[in-house]
Design a protein around this ligand. Structure first.
Ligand code: SIN
Length: 527
């Protein structure tokens, strides 16, 4: 199978790229390959909305830029953030033109919410807090109508790299047969890795596949020590953890500790709030705190999907506080790219959560993620259409390429799981022997998640990270494709978190509790 553009993944980033490619250059043969159904992506779970300056009020792109840089704790690439805030409004308008329906008041004016770290209300939303589901619906419809090939239930195992260029992927089809899916350009848009942790807002599919493929092919990856924990996941056995959107705090919901006291400014960025919650939970020896939404008007109308989730858990936000605890939510880093989404490997592009464009720095600002997917997907496609064939020294990749070689990289080389695909590993359906009995695969995932949560979660130290590393090493012979990927990405997180001997943004070291600008105001790259 030979394609012009192969898109891996079916969230907002991948599908926006596929739709745009069909519009910009209808003769391009575009394929979308995804391991589940097209509509089954992490995007579908996104709640709060899309942050963009859509005009008509006191907001400005300069203010959006300043908020994003402040949340990023010194590590954002300012050029990339400028691209994000300037091009974002156009992309949101295009999405609406495609059919995505955003919430408006009775006069048809877009409703905007305020979320943590934003100076003003600028987050547009759909279905109250069902923004991702609406965006995914509109994009899936458009892709089904335009893409040349849609490969659902296919699993991409590894990149095909020939003569220092990405030429496609090795993948297995739903029946378990192995194929080379060849393409002139490959766009990695496979999302994040929340399944590294025992408690996450991410669905089962979020196993870090794209980052793992990149690491195995020695493609530069950066900022993976920054795992964002969402402060207000419902404390409930359901997995993924139901999210209580940040927009609730924007509407006045309050955080309360075990004594019922407030302890942090609810409108601070997520890293600050999650850190304050974790400290308070340790101090009070409790495993959850409370979100008090009893003062919110018309909860059911403004947040119908959250209201339904709470009703299913027998909770009534009008009269009782809601139990909450931080949960792994977003992989801030990923495959390092230039300002057009080109990775260090010619022919390989990345956008969305799998990428490190530099827009998030050490901590992503709320509701900048869907926006990033749309903005950089468009840039990837425009660049491919204009004939760009290799990366340039711009954006986050630029600062890496310009840095002296001695300061550039950490290396995973030599770790068993980063090696080549086992000879039989590509010829079997996911979940079948000899990956081991299904119970063993589940157990391996649980062992990994427990080790990552206790040693590489909200709080880390050199010794906790070393403990996690040895558990990961014990799983290094795993051949189940998703477990194999989780092990590789877990090792990368541990390596980067061990290397960053400071606390910054979403990365908190108990043995190095302060920011150390002199040594660490830079990104750590693994290649
Ligand atoms: C939320 O609604 O709180 C999540 C939105 C995001 O992850 O930016």
């Amino acid at each position: 199978m030979d394609l012009d553009l192969l898109v891996l993944g079916s969230g907002v980033a991948g599908l926006s790229a596929a739709v745009r490619a069909a519009a910009v250059e209808p003769r391009l043969r575009v394929g979308v390959l995804t391991k589940a159904e097209l509509s089954q992506s992490v995007t579908r779970w996104a709640q709060g909305g899309v942050a963009a300056v859509l005009g008509g009020d006191e907001d400005s792109t300069d203010l959006h830029l300043a908020d994003t840089l402040a949340a990023g704790a010194g590590l954002c690439d300012a050029e990339a953030v400028r691209v994000l805030v300037d091009e974002g409004p156009l992309r949101v308008n295009e999405l609406m033109a495609l059919g995505a329906v955003f919430d408006r008041d009775h006069e048809g004016v877009l409703l905007k919410a305020r979320e943590g770290g934003h100076s003003v209300p600028r987050v547009v939303h759909a279905g109250g807090a069902a923004t991702g589901a609406e965006i995914e619906r509109a994009l899936v419809e458009a892709v089904r109508a335009t893409a040349a090939v849609v490969l659902e239930g296919w699993f991409a195992l590894d990149l095909i790299v020939e003569e220092r260029r990405c030429r496609g992927v090795v993948a297995i089809d739903p029946a378990g047969a192995r194929h080379d899916v060849r393409a002139s350009q490959v766009l990695m848009a496979t999302g994040g890795a929340g399944q590294l942790f025992a408690v996450t807002t991410n669905p089962e599919e979020a196993t870090g596949d794209g980052v793992a493929m990149a690491l195995r092919a020695d493609v530069a990856v950066a900022d993976v020590e920054f795992i964002q924990f969402h402060p207000t996941a419902l404390h409930h056995p359901a997995m993924p953890r139901p999210l209580l959107s940040e927009a609730l705090r924007g509407h006045g919901a309050l955080l309360r500790d075990a004594n019922g006291d407030r302890f942090v400014d609810e409108m601070q960025p997520r890293d600050v709030v999650s850190r304050a919650m974790t400290a308070r939970m340790l101090e009070q020896e409790v495993d959850h705190l409370w979100l008090d939404a009893t003062g919110l008007d018309r909860f059911d109308q403004r947040f119908p999907t959250i209201a339904a989730t709470l009703a299913g858990a027998d909770l009534d936000p009008a009269v009782e506080w809601l139990p909450i605890a931080p949960a792994a939510h977003y992989l801030v880093g990923g495959i390092l790219t230039d300002l057009d989404g080109a990775s260090a490997l010619p022919g390989l592009w990345a956008c969305g959560e799998v990428a490190c464009t530099g827009v998030h720095g050490a901590n992503r600002l709320a509701s900048n993620s869907l926006l990033e997917g749309m903005v950089f997907a468009a840039r990837v496609v425009e660049s491919i259409a204009s004939g760009k064939s290799s990366p340039e020294p711009s954006g986050a990749l630029g600062s890496f390429l310009r840095a002296p070689a001695s300061r550039r990289v950490l290396s995973l080389r030599g770790s068993p799981p980063t090696g080549a695909l086992p000879p039989d590993g590509g010829s079997l359906p996911v979940g079948s022997p000899p990956y081991g009995p299904p119970g063993d695969v589940v157990k391996a995932r649980e062992v990994l998640q427990r080790a990552m949560t206790s040693g590489a979660g909200v709080l880390r130290s050199a010794s906790s990270l070393a403990d996690t590393a040895s558990v990961l090493a014990s799983l290094s012979s795993a051949v189940h494709p998703e477990v194999r990927n989780l092990v590789v990405v877990g090792l990368a997180v541990v390596l980067a978190a061990s290397g960053r001997e400071e606390s910054r943004g979403a990365h908190n070291r108990t043995d190095f509790p302060a920011v150390d600008d002199a040594r660490f105001c830079r990104r750590l790259v693994i290649a």
